[in-house]
Design a protein around this ligand. Structure first.
Ligand code: GTP
Ligand code: MG
Length: 169
């Protein structure tokens, strides 16, 4: 059995909480269309046949600007101290730009594998998805890059063995 602690990082509103909910097979984190919904770490657990992942859904990560953002940023920084891997979430519906590169600088310097999830590919044209994957691939030395839809997967649960647990810290 492999196990590990995965930090789920990305700009506000890219779908980190939706993805954590989908991967852990239940609703553990609040999802909304307003940026900065997640203000504390929420943990989801994804169980597979031979692995168990603890997913830390982090607040949206951006350049510190105001006291709330700075406080949330400290939560993010603490979470990066003991991670085994990072799930770096991007939105395929938005331009991949300075905000994502700011996060990339941080996550690719941690020295752990970084998996990029290019989220929200539902209803996008294949050519657009391919272009966004190309841009995403230039953010850093990723371990894997997957186009995903956190909402579509909700309609078709992938594994009956997945369980959900949540805790805020
Ligand atoms: N179309 C589409 N919408 C999505 C997908 N994943 C998330 N969303 C929507 O995007 C919005 C933001 O989702 P959240 O999961 O709250 O995003 P977050 O990254 O956790 O946001 P913060 O906690 O504010 O940083 C919600 O309206 C979700 O329903 C997806 O795969 N496709
Ligand atoms: Mg969130």
């Amino acid at each position: 059995m492999k196990s590990g602690f995965v930090a789920v990082a990305g700009r506000p509103n890219v779908g980190k909480s939706t993805l954590v909910n989908a991967l852990s097979g239940g609703k553990v984190a609040i999802v909304s269309d307003k940026p900065q919904t997640t203000r504390q770490r929420i943990f989801g657990i994804a169980n597979g046949d031979d692995y168990q992942l603890v997913l830390a859904d982090l607040p949206g990560f951006q350049r510190p600007r105001d006291p709330l953002t700075e406080r949330m940023q400290r939560t993010v920084d603490r979470s990066f101290e003991e991670v085994d891997a990072v799930l770096f979430v991007l939105s395929a519906r938005e331009r991949i730009g300075a905000g994502d590169r700011f996060i990339a600088q941080r996550v690719f310097s941690l020295g752990v594998p970084v998996v990029i999830a290019l989220n929200k590919v539902d209803r996008l044209k294949p050519g657009h998805i391919a272009g966004q994957m190309q841009t995403a691939s230039q953010l850093g030395e990723f371990h894997a890059l997957h186009p995903v839809s956190a909402v579509k997967s909700r309609a078709a649960p992938a594994s009956p063995r997945r369980g959900a647990t949540s805790a805020a810290s």
